[in-house]
Ligand binder design. Sequence first.
Ligand SMILES: C[S@@+](CC[C@H](N)C(=O)[O-])C[C@H]1O[C@@H](n2cnc3c(N)ncnc32)[C@H](O)[C@@H]1O
Length: 319
Amino acid sequence: MAAKRQPRLINRKAAEAAGQRDELAAGLLAPAAHISPKFLYDSLGSRLFSAITEVEEYYPTRTEAGIFISHADQIAASIGPGCTLVDLGAGDCAKARKLFPTLKPARYVAVDISVDFLAESLDYLQFRHPEMDITGLGCDFSSQLDLPDEIGESPRVLFYPGSSIGNFTPDQALDFLRQARAASQGGGLLIGIDLVKSQTILDAAYDDALGITAAFNLNLLNAVNRQLGANFEVSNFRHIAFFNAEQSRIEMHLEARHTNTVTWQGGERCFVAGERIHTENSYKYTVDRANSLLNAAGFRFTRCWTDEKGWFALFWATD
Ligand SMILES: C[S@@+](CC[C@H](N)C(=O)[O-])C[C@H]1O[C@@H](n2cnc3c(N)ncnc32)[C@H](O)[C@@H]1O
């Protein structure tokens, strides 16, 4: 009997751990405390994010999916079959899996910081697609997008859905897109970008009535406790999310309910009642601003599809 095909997994997590601990400690000790949103994704955080995509208020996932369905033929014709599909921040890989019949990739490379969750997701994906050549790359791509040579030579299509680009400041986003362009080696970038819309809709999307986004944000403290050996008490903090119109971004924070001191190996900080830890930005773009950003990153040709309400944009960007 032929051996069952297994996804390959390249795991850089251990090599990145010390740098991430330093980054966490520096953020907690900064005058305005902050923690990068990439730390939201431990295994539970990844599951909570998958749940967020199902709640009524969180429109981005279903709106982006609708764009893929409505424009499947044009998207497939723009990209062409047989690519190496590189999914940046693949999560549960559900989006890429739905695109397989449209894009017909030759191989699939899923990149994610949440390595254990990624490995489980890829096992399931391989079971559903035994014919597909699948590689997982467990790494943090926020400071450097470094794809291994062994992922193959066919045209690389970098897939960056869900408006994850919005977690970067516009300057960081430009730097990341330049790296994505270089990493695509003349292939292209398929990117989903959330658009500016009414404050009520935006605020609700990041503070759903079921409290799933609140749990997702608060679980960050558990992840930090594990990674840094800290002693945050989740119940000492509350979830805050709002649209900052001046900066065109959703901000998420964790606010101290009362004064409490947190310690970790080599550090401590007292959070006074009402003090906040800034945990996520999600920048919202206009189609024009997103297009300019892609052009500034060196992509000369862009094609854009949006939904009927103009809430979300999908771009195909090439040289
Ligand atoms: C907002 S979720 C999007 C998941 C999925 N792509 C989607 O669109 O629904 C962001 C994903 O990117 C991953 N991620 C966040 N920061 C990352 C980083 N710096 N390096 C690698 N993966 C990261 C998270 O683990 C998570 O799976």
